[in-house]
Design a protein around this ligand. Structure first.
Ligand SMILES: [Zn+2]
Length: 275
């Protein structure tokens, strides 16, 4: 089945992973900017990273017929440095003009500190000024509920925000209601060890229905599976769900959310012409 992986950190994956994803039905990925595993030393390191996200990765993905899109930001872990945050915010607008950049993300909170919250609001302002979609990272483990609540309440109090243009990702069973009930899109990121397993994601679809929910691998350099979405598809089938419902979650929903950006286009396979 064709699918779109809305959250994949392909900079940390091999070309073999692109190949395996393509052969499993992946037609497009979107890659949010994230932490490098270490704090970047200067704005130049961000420029280098953004260049890779907007130039090298789309080319690498295209080799396997996968459309690659990306999101721009300074992640919450590095937002403790307010001076660096301001410098990075100055370079982001020029990337927002590029054809594969869909918006601002993955912004959010990690330890829910004052500086993180200030950086989060700076990015929301940037998204509003440039009429961008927003992709949001919610904290992990013990900070999940508190951080998600702060994010949802901050955005709900902002009159400029249109909730249907915001994806609040890394939802779990205890946060999915507050996200959806406030009108946002949500994402279930599928991991073999931490976060949501494919089986737990199916449980959520069974209890909440498929409206405004996407699933993604969120694969990075940690223990994660680039083929997590096909695993979700397999689990849905094992439980007897029809392909129409599965396709809604893994293909039609991402198109509905991402398609709010005119830049999001899938390869035209029907009209493909060999050269
Ligand atoms: Zn991520």
């Amino acid at each position: 089945m064709e699918y779109i992986d809305l959250h994949a950190h392909m900079v940390s994956r091999t070309t073999d992973d692109y190949r395996a994803m393509a052969m499993s039905g992946c037609v497009a990925v979107t890659e949010p900017a994230f932490w490098a595993g270490y704090d970047r030393p200067s704005v130049d390191a961000f420029v280098d990273y953004f260049n890779r996200l907007t130039d090298f990765e789309p080319k690498r993905a295209a080799t396997y017929g996968i459309a690659h899109f990306t999101w721009m930001c300074l992640n919450p872990k590095e937002a403790e440095d307010r001076a660096l945050t301001r410098e990075v915010l100055e370079v982001i607008p020029r990337y927002l003009e590029l054809p594969t950049v869909l918006g601002i993300g993955e912004i959010g909170l990690n330890r829910v500190t004052k500086n993180e919250l200030a950086g989060f609001k700076d990015h929301v302002d940037l998204a509003m000024e440039h009429e961008q979609l927003i992709h949001i990272h919610t904290p992990h483990l013990e900070d999940k509920w508190k951080g998600t609540k702060v994010i949802v309440e901050t955005l709900a109090a902002d009159q400029r925000i249109e909730p249907h243009r915001v994806m609040v990702d890394h939802a779990e069973e205890h946060t999915v209601d507050m996200i959806l009930d406030n009108g946002f899109w949500t994402g279930l990121t599928l991991y073999p060890v931490t976060k949501v397993s494919p089986a737990r994601a199916v449980d959520v679809i069974e209890t909440r229905g498929p409206d405004r929910i996407c699933v993604a691998a969120a694969c990075d350099w940690g223990e994660s599976r680039p083929l997590a979405v096909p695993e979700f598809i397999m689990e849905m089938r094992r439980r007897g769900h029809p392909d129409s419902l599965i396709r809604r979650v893994v293909y039609e929903n991402p198109i509905e959310f991402l398609g709010q950006s005119p830049k999001f286009q899938l390869p035209d396979r029907e009209g493909a012409v060999a050269v």
